[in-house]
Design a protein around this ligand. Structure first.
Ligand SMILES: N[C@@H](CCC[C@H](N)C(=O)O)C(=O)O
Length: 276
């Protein structure tokens, strides 16, 4: 079968977006791996699908697959690309779009300056729900990573994140510490690993070793989780600019009970068809 796709990115975190409303196809993990392969396929960090919602009062269903083939709960950069795709393909005329994900319902809004604002929902700090093995909820946890002692933050944005503080992201041990932490036994569903440098109360620099992918140029949920972690630790104000290798995001969180709001760009690169 020939599948139509659109190649997109959010700050260099790249996606193959497939409309499964006008095309009927059941994507299996080996299809995802083939599509995501940078040598033998199209190449991307995640495959995103647009589907008919299963719940009332929701506009679309948004599904997310990591390059390794696993389905995941949430993807922030992907959410902005999803909104741009829906708009460009005229699948809706609405300014605000409600979509269901495995992590719950999120709201996407295209702004006047071609940015996309996403209500990512409330962050989860309860270790059981992250999931993360810990005696009780805390703002920082002692974590042994391969014999080294780290003080880390742990937050779920629907998907699990651990945040490791570093003094300089340029020299952070992303390639060595990232993979061992991703599969740390205290994170039973594995984890996305953020390396956060606090620049000042309004600015951080961040690199993320993503679960199921490796280091990406940007991670939207990683940016949200890092900011939430920095806020609960008293290091950051409620609106923070996050500088990632692929560009910058604005993240706002006004504290417990409030959703995290992410604003940033979404770009279409090209369109095509793939024989699957
Ligand atoms: N790139 C993403 C996150 C994608 C999912 C992640 N790798 C996971 O396994 O949870 C983002 O922008 O949030």
């Amino acid at each position: 079968m020939q599948l139509r796709f659109t190649k997109m990115h959010g700050l260099g975190n790249d996606f193959v977006v497939i409309d499964l409303i006008t095309q009927r196809f059941k994507l299996k993990p080996h299809h995802i791996r083939k599509i995501a392969d940078r040598h033998f396929g199209i190449g991307c960090d995640q495959v995103l699908t647009v589907e008919i919602p299963t719940q009332p009062d929701v506009d679309f269903c948004y599904r997310i697959y990591n390059a390794e083939g696993s389905e995941v709960e949430q993807c922030g950069n992907g959410a902005r690309c999803f909104a741009r795709f829906i708009r460009d393909k005229r699948l809706t005329g609405k300014q605000k779009i409600k979509v269901e994900t495995l992590a719950g319902i999120i709201e996407l809004e295209l702004t006047e300056n071609r940015q996309v604002r996403v209500d990512m929902g409330e962050p989860i700090l309860d270790p059981k729900r992250i999931p993360f093995t810990a005696d009780q909820q805390a703002t920082e946890y002692a974590l042994d990573i391969d014999g080294s002692a780290w003080q880390v933050g742990a937050v779920s944005m629907g998907n699990p994140h651990v945040i490791l503080p570093v003094t300089d992201v340029d020299t952070a041990p992303v390639e060595s510490v990232g993979p061992v932490t991703e599969s740390h036994p205290r994170f039973p569903q594995r984890v996305n690993v953020g390396f956060m440098q606090v620049v000042d109360r309004d600015t951080i620099r961040l690199r993320v070793f993503e679960r199921g992918v490796g280091e990406t140029l940007a991670c939207g949920t990683g940016a949200c989780a890092a900011v939430v972690s920095g806020i609960v630790q008293g290091k950051l104000n409620s609106t923070v600019t996050v500088h990632l290798p692929g560009g910058s995001l604005s993240i706002r969180w006004q504290g417990p009970g409030q959703p995290v709001i992410m604003t940033g760009p979404a770009t279409t690169v090209f369109e095509g068809q793939i024989q699957i």
